[in-house]
Design a protein around this ligand. Structure first.
Ligand SMILES: [Zn+2]
Length: 389
């Protein structure tokens, strides 16, 4: 299984200079290649291949003017232009936007595909930079595949170490207990609403952090371009971003871990996430709730434990259908939080009802994949329905 561990690095002054040079070379190669490939496409309708891109790199290193690239780590340099190639592929598959130039003001990053070593458990050997002091909270197990070094805008250095621990991914559970299947509705005031009725609020701290961020952003926009004060303001904005991201990350790790620990299958509606992101008005809220990131964490955590993440990516009326009798109502504006089914008189909390429907759809999907979902008992508690056979 591949697992990534992120560790903080504490480079010396000289090592910081070495990093700055490496980052600069990676950025230069990336931006040069982007410009070259873009103009080939725009001017001649010519598409440049990965092979041509790598050949160009060799050519650049042999040219006097750009020979300084030889001082950069050659495999990391190749990795950098390959990342651009991946970005182009995503763009052509309509999975991403057109690649953009990297700025020296943003977060800096480079990837070493090999040759990184852990030295005595307290530092990391990085080619062209040296042995850098690191804080390793746990032992790094297995074979190191790639190591990505990044420098945040606030000047912190990190290494994300991707390792193959040599263990097999556990086989997916074949028999699932209905009690251990949960449906999750992703919301805005609440990040996640479970079919059990549990509502998981977005931490308030994120809201406060967002207000702080807005204020700092405003200050930044008033500073004169290129001034020292503007740079200071930029770092303050970056720090606020960093704090928000860290808070959200911790919260999501705990939530996803608990969901995976407590269940054998988790059902989510993913089409909704894709559609919502297109809605501009809601986009900010959704960015805050960070559904995509939560889904990503759920995906690998379920996979690591042989559990199921059932993604419901077909449109179905999870909010408009009565989870008790299946009656579908014509309209359900977002403002309606509670409603009563006209057919069976059941009162519904909008979000919990949707989560129950998502769970039922998930169970149907699991069964359609040939898995057995054991119905146990007929007892209903806190909104969880007995499973229809
Ligand atoms: Zn009903």
């Amino acid at each position: 299984m591949l697992k990534a561990t992120k560790v903080r690095l504490y480079p010396t002054v000289d090592q910081r200079k070495a990093f700055a040079f490496q980052f600069g070379a990676m950025r230069w190669a990336y931006n040069f290649t982007l410009g070259w490939r873009s103009s080939a496409w725009k001017e001649r309708g010519e598409s440049i291949s990965k092979r041509q891109t790598l050949d160009k790199l060799v050519e650049l290193k042999a040219t006097e003017e750009t020979g300084w690239l030889k001082e950069a780590d050659s495999q990391a340099l190749q990795q950098s232009v390959m990342h651009l190639d991946d970005a182009f592929k995503r763009f052509f598959r309509k999975q991403g936007r057109y690649p953009r130039f990297k700025s020296k003001h943003g977060k800096q990053a480079m990837s070493y595909p090999q040759r990184v070593k852990i030295v005595n458990g307290v530092s990391l050997y990085l080619p062209k930079v040296g042995t850098v002091k690191a804080v390793l909270h746990r032992e790094i197990v297995g074979k190191i595949k790639t190591v990505t070094i990044s420098r945040t805008q606030t000047g912190k250095y990190y290494a994300s170490i991707l390792c193959d621990d040599g263990l097999e991914v556990p086989a997916l559970l074949k028999t699932i207990e209905a009690d251990a299947v949960t449906g999750i509705d992703l919301g805005i005031t609440h990040l996640a609403i479970a079919s059990t009725g549990e509502k998981q609020k977005n931490p308030r701290i994120l809201k406060r952090a967002a207000a702080n961020l807005r204020r700092k952003q405003k200050t930044l926009s008033r500073k004169k371009k290129g001034s020292a004060n503007r740079n200071k303001a930029r770092v303050l904005v970056a720090k606020a971003h960093e704090r928000t991201a860290n808070t959200r990350n911790d919260f999501q790790h705990k939530l996803s871990k608990r969901l995976v620990d407590e269940n054998q299958a988790i059902c989510v509606e993913t089409l909704k996430v894709k559609n919502m992101l297109k809605n501009r008005k809601l986009a900010k809220h959704i960015a805050d709730a960070a559904w995509g990131e939560l889904l990503r964490k759920l995906t690998y955590k379920t996979a690591w434990s042989g559990k199921h993440l059932v993604q419901i990516d077909q449109w179905f009326a999870s909010s408009k259908t009565c989870s008790d009798c299946g009656t579908k109502v014509d309209a359900m504006p977002l403002s309606v939080r509670q409603w009563t089914c006209q057919t069976c008189d059941q009162e519904h909390d909008r979000d919990i009802n949707a989560a129950i429907n998502i769970r039922q759809q998930g169970i149907l999907k699991l069964k359609a994949e040939g898995l057995s979902v054991s119905a146990c008992g007929g007892s209903r508690n806190s909104g969880t329905l007995p499973v229809a056979a």
